[in-house]
Design a protein around this ligand. Structure first.
Ligand SMILES: Cc1cc2nc3c(=O)[nH]c(=O)nc-3n(C[C@H](O)[C@H](O)[C@H](O)COP(=O)(O)OP(=O)(O)OC[C@H]3O[C@@H](n4cnc5c(N)ncnc54)[C@H](O)[C@@H]3O)c2cc1C
Ligand code: SF4
Length: 580
């Protein structure tokens, strides 16, 4: 099913200023995925100085670029590459080949293995939106009690609601419906109700998603970018090959481009140097297509760091090592957002959690749905630190083989014949009736102590130290509840292998936060409520007025729900308060 020429022409015409840019190369693109004009421009167009340099193109960077570009010379520098929908990896080997590292600095998945905590984020134009699960959800207002006073005021006076609403609108959110008939959604509802009847204080919450479930089919969205409808393939976290995810490259980044921003991919910022005239020298590595990496610098009147929790912290740690005076709080208050992964393995009910990647989209009730569609909410608890969500998830196609073979030894022997038969079917590669497709993926999200510390390793890369994270109360609390969910239909809870002693005992977070925490003064934080970086040499509260951090690194606490809405809403706030 290829895109009709008339639709493609209409899309290119609607793209206005982007019409002259090349259509993104899609040599191995999935047939039928929408063609898109490139947002990023050639590296030859990189100028020597700008009014504003935005570093990173995730939620913080994309919002800031969209709101600040008009009337300023502004560029976005993104270390990863620009992706077109049909080219995301969907098999184990192609996914593994996209892990970022010294020999593949343009890889899509930035996986940093630590001693007790691994961190996964995205690298590419659009940041982690490219590989996230699209859940858009507002945090409990009590989290802000430990944030700067002016943010607390904005929350009390309803301004935070307004910024969140603005973000939801740009991201075009929607929800799956009961009538979509998704089995994993129904399964999670049933087990959540069973837990509630069993005495747990929980309720089922369908989640709002940044996914094109019904809006536009193979035609340009309101930002002139062609999108297709979600096929319910379940592969959101390895990148949407269909073009249905409302990632930042289909909304905020085209807004930035339309407002005049120059967007560059393959440009990695290494560190910042303050010049005598208070401007910034931004030291970068550029990686031209097929060419050798080159070191350059760019002068900026103002810099917005939006490179994510590890990225922005890394840039500031390196800048401090080169002499920039920064708060002692740099690197502190790193939070895993109380993330805990689990699997309810081999239940008696077919759940359809297995993504189908490039395969033909199964119709009707065999569809998977977006990676996450709903949560069991435990957010009624009077104590904030004890509130959490258990979201249901899907297994991307690329991981199926590894899990169908890896799970049986980890889960142990199943005493009933049907359960053992399902395990055998998985070993024989029977996909839909096997144990894995009778399982439920769980992502727990809650509150931790934000007790991690980000430091630089000997290569100057950020790593997280948090030896006691596995002892945090959220781990035991959520694990016990995941076990009970799994047992509702005779399943067995299995923790990810990496968290067992054989594989190092590390947890994994997909929601890294902190490292550049915000506070009212430099003795407690790295940035103020607007994201401006404290200058600890001045009086309490004095800042480098033209250096900001606007991304997940500024959260001084866990957020307790999926964080993208909070990060983007705070970026809307920072953009409103931008003065130089
Ligand atoms: C698998 C997965 C699923 C998730 N699901 C959800 C979800 O459903 N809902 C939700 O709310 N959150 C989800 N998240 C988390 C969410 O996507 C992140 O919290 C959010 O993207 C963070 O936004 P950010 O602006 O802080 O940074 P990011 O979005 O991570 O963007 C940072 C950008 O900066 C770039 N960068 C880094 N260093 C440099 C440098 N030195 N120079 C230039 N560029 C640099 C990176 O390549 C990246 O593009 C998920 C995350 C993962 C990994
Ligand atoms: S379920 Fe598939 S088609 Fe739908 S948003 Fe996710 S990856 Fe895209």
């Amino acid at each position: 099913m290829s895109q009709p020429h008339s639709t493609r022409r209409a899309f290119v015409a609607a793209s206005g200023s982007v019409a002259t840019a090349g259509i993104l190369a899609a040599t191995s693109a999935k047939a039928g995925s929408p063609a898109r004009a490139a947002l990023s421009v050639s590296l030859d167009q990189l100028k020597s100085d700008y009014d504003v340099v935005v570093v990173g193109s995730g939620y913080g960077g994309a919002v800031m670029a969209a709101r600040l570009a008009a009337g300023r010379s502004l560029c976005v520098l993104e270390r990863g590459r620009e992706w077109s929908p049909g080219t995301f990896p969907s098999a184990l080997l192609t996914v593994l080949a996209q892990f970022r590292g010294p020999i593949n600095p343009l890889g899509l998945f930035d996986y940093r293995a630590g001693e007790s905590l691994d961190v996964l984020s995205g690298s590419g134009l659009g940041g982690t939106s490219l590989i996230n699960a699209n859940v858009v959800i507002a945090p409990d207002r009590e989290i802000f009690n430990r944030w700067p006073a002016s943010i607390q005021q904005d929350v009390l006076q309803g301004r935070m609601d307004a910024w969140e609403e603005r973000v939801r609108k740009v991201l075009s959110t929607d929800q799956v419906l009961e009538s979509d008939g998704l089995r994993k959604h129904a399964f999670h509802r049933t087990t959540t109700l069973a837990r509630s009847r069993g005495g747990a204080d929980t309720s089922f919450q369908p989640l709002t998603l940044a996914v094109n479930l019904r809006r536009v089919d193979q035609r340009p969205n309101e930002h002139g970018v062609a999108q297709a409808l979600c096929t319910h393939c379940g592969d959101c976290v390895t990148g949407c090959r269909v073009g249905a995810k409302n990632t930042l490259d289909v909304n905020y980044l085209p807004m930035a481009r339309a407002a005049g921003a120059q967007i560059f991919s393959r440009v990695e910022v290494e560190w910042l140097e303050r010049l005598p005239d208070s401007r910034w020298r931004v030291h970068v590595v550029i990686r031209p297509d097929g060419g050798a990496a080159q070191h350059r610098h760019i002068i900026a009147a103002s810099v917005v760091l939006a490179a994510g929790a590890l990225g922005s912290t890394q840039i500031l740690l390196r800048s401090r090592a080169q002499g920039l005076a920064l708060s002692d709080a740099l690197g502190t208050r790193f939070s895993a957002n109380g993330d805990l992964l689990g699997l309810g393995y081999n239940t008696s009910v077919q759940t359809n959690v297995m993504g189908f990647g490039d395969g033909v989209a199964p119709a009707g009730e065999r569809r998977v749905g977006p990676t996450i569609t709903a949560a069991a909410s435990y957010r009624n608890h009077p104590t904030l630190s004890q509130r959490y969500l258990i979201e249901e998830g899907a297994i991307p196609r690329a991981l199926f083989d590894a899990l169908r073979l890896g799970m049986p030894p980890l889960a142990g022997v199943f005493p009933t014949f049907p359960a053992a038969q399902r395990v055998a079917r998985d070993l024989l590669y029977s996909r839909t009736d096997g144990a894995l497709n009778h399982s439920m993926v769980y992502l727990g999200i809650g509150h931790d102590s934000a007790g991690g510390k980000v430091v630089l390793d000997s290569n100057g890369n950020a790593r997280v130290l948090w030896p006691m994270i596995a002892q945090e109360p959220f781990v035991t609390r959520m694990r016990a509840e995941m076990e009970r969910h799994a047992q509702t239909f005779a399943g067995r809870h299995v923790a990810p292998p990496r968290s067992g002693p054989m594989f190092g005992g590390a947890l994994t977070t997909v929601h890294p936060l902190g490292g550049c925490p915000m506070a009212d003064a430099a003795d407690r934080g790295v940035v103020n409520a607007n994201g401006q970086v404290f200058d600890p040499r001045g009086s309490s509260g004095s800042v480098y007025a033209n250096l900001r951090v606007v991304d997940g690194s500024t959260a001084p606490t866990s957020i307790g729900v999926n964080p993208l809405l909070c990060i983007a809403a705070l970026a809307e706030r920072s953009a409103e308060r931008f003065t130089s």
